[in-house]
Design a protein around this ligand. Structure first.
Ligand SMILES: Cc1cc2nc3c(=O)[nH]c(=O)nc-3n(C[C@H](O)[C@H](O)[C@H](O)COP(=O)(O)OP(=O)(O)OC[C@H]3O[C@@H](n4cnc5c(N)ncnc54)[C@H](O)[C@@H]3O)c2cc1C
Ligand code: SF4
Length: 468
């Protein structure tokens, strides 16, 4: 019998004092005993709201029931019917907005900790060698190229392969995973977890090519000569800057550059690593999303005197995962809410010395329903700083649209798609952050899965370019 009134499990974490000294994973997850206890809280609902709220429709009650029978292999295979990245999603998915936010137990007892159970299942299966990559259907003879190796392309590539197509993923960087690899730090998502889940996609027979910048090394037009269809999942890797005076000063980083230095080339190990990162004593991070929290928490681990997040709305409006805001606070990151950046102040050498700010009040809701910050006249004040990390948003890199004649983009610089999933160029599809302009791992995966179905539909009345 389910027992929803048992206390909701939260897992253990490294202590704040300890974890600010290292880049090892903070959240330790559940052991078997606690995972089974948590699983026993689930009511196995007939119409599971948790599952309906999951963008990729993970069969949540079914995998939890298999886990309860100690069938880890069955449980992980059940999740992998719709998501090949369970260990990643169990760690970084904003469950409070999706499955756990919709769980029937939320109000009375606290939602089932679906994220922790997904993570436990994936980790236990991996450790016991129970992860079985899905078997692809018979080869169709069609070849599809996926641009980028973030969650969107990985989901699309795996689903296309499952449907029997021959798939090649082209990645501009020297390693695979997209933002999972270069944006999200190892203390939230260990590198080996990403590598293992990419390995599952490789084991299905998807081919991977690194260091290939599509649009420079090979154009989309050229890809279309060899491939029957192309999926663009190149993300939104171009930083949006704050547009305030002083932004070109020495000591200003985009979150993108800062996080890439830390996560991809381990600049915190300099001089052991080739690339340094210099922050000085006082660091300011602009923004309130996941990038801002990741940048602030990485900065904290480089041991400056202070790290201050400046966010123009209040805590309630922050788009970052709740858990990461709490983690940042526990780690000693300071927050200046309802504060708008006005100018970056510099010394004679052009180096950052501070940030001039204005206080704000919340006004009417914007198009997304979030209340707008309204500056309070005459409330100027200065926060002293040696470096400023700008984490206020991202947009797609223009290299592909610039080198692809006829590829229609929206005014926001995102890829425009028709109802059948195609772009303005026949046979070219897209999804993830390049179409959304920045979202979540699961929404990117959802786009990839849906595009794979649409690509298969598109190919269904064609002959393979290379013949059957
Ligand atoms: C710092 C940070 C933290 C985040 N934290 C979370 C989180 O905790 N939870 C969550 O759900 N979401 C989070 N997000 C959002 C989430 O990571 C993204 O929505 C998701 O990764 C988008 O997936 P994607 O596959 O569309 O693009 P990406 O992950 O950006 O992958 C695109 C890939 O394409 C490659 N590429 C780009 N151009 C080319 C080209 N021309 N040729 C070849 N390759 C190319 C890039 O190098 C990259 O590897 C975070 C985002 C950031 C930036
Ligand atoms: S809604 Fe909650 S209780 Fe119901 S099946 Fe989903 S996780 Fe279990």
């Amino acid at each position: 019998m389910p027992n929803p009134s048992l206390p909701r499990q939260t897992g253990t974490r490294q202590s704040p004092q300890e974890r600010v000294k290292n880049f090892n994973e903070v959240a330790q997850g559940l052991d078997k005993e606690h995972a089974l206890e948590e699983a026993s809280r689930c009511l196995n609902c007939k119409n599971p709201r948790c599952q309906a709220a999951c963008p990729v429709n993970v069969q949540i009650p079914s995998f939890i029931q298999l886990l309860l029978k100690d069938d880890v292999k069955g449980a992980v295979s059940k999740i992998m019917e719709t998501s090949l990245l369970p260990a990643v999603c169990g760690r970084v998915c904003p469950q409070e907005k999706y499955c756990e936010g919709a769980c029937v137990l939320r109000e009375k007892f606290g939602s089932v900790a679906v994220g922790l159970l997904e993570r436990y299942t994936a980790d236990a299966a991996r450790k016991q060698g129970l992860v079985t990559p899905p078997t692809p259907a018979e080869a169709t003879g069609f070849k599809v190229a996926c641009v980028g190796s973030g969650p969107s392309s990985l989901a699309c590539a795996a689903e296309l392969k499952r449907r029997g197509h021959d798939v090649t993923v082209y990645e501009a960087l020297h390693d695979f995973g997209g933002v999972l690899r270069y944006g999200i730090p190892s203390f939230r998502l260990p590198r080996e977890i990403i590598s293992e889940e990419v390995k599952t996609v490789k084991a299905m027979g998807v081919k991977f090519e690194q260091d290939v910048l599509i649009g420079a090394v090979i154009s989309i037009e050229e890809l279309l000569k060899d491939f029957d269809a192309v999926y663009i999942g190149s993300g939104a890797g171009l930083p949006t800057m704050a547009g305030v005076p002083g932004e070109n000063a020495v000591g200003v980083y985009s979150a993108n550059e800062f996080l890439t230095r830390i996560n991809l080339v381990k600049a915190y190990e300099f001089p052991k690593a080739d690339t340094p990162v210099k922050l000085g004593k006082r660091v300011i991070v602009l923004g309130g999303g996941n990038s801002a929290m990741d940048a602030a928490r990485c900065a904290r681990r480089l041991n400056p005197e202070s790290v201050t997040v400046v966010y123009r709305r209040s805590r309630a409006e922050m788009p970052a995962r709740e858990e990461e805001v709490e983690n940042a606070m526990e780690e000693g990151v300071k927050f200046e809410f309802l504060t708008i950046q006005k100018e970056i102040l510099t010394n004679e050498q052009g180096h950052v010395i501070g940030l001039k700010c204005l206080k704000a009040e919340l006004g009417e809701p914007d198009a997304k329903g979030r209340r707008r910050p309204v500056p309070v006249e005459g409330s100027d004040f200065v926060i002293e700083a040696d470096s400023i990390i700008v984490a206020i948003g991202q947009k797609p890199n223009p290299i592909i649209p610039k080198t692809t004649p006829g590829l229609k983009m929206t005014d926001r610089g995102t890829l425009e798609l028709e109802a059948d999933g195609q772009s303005s160029i026949k046979g070219v599809f897209g999804g993830g952050d390049i179409t959304r302009g920045g979202a979540t791992v699961l929404l990117a995966m959802k786009d990839g899965l849906e595009a794979a179905a649409k690509i298969s539909q598109y190919l269904s009345d064609k002959e393979p370019k290379g013949g059957k």
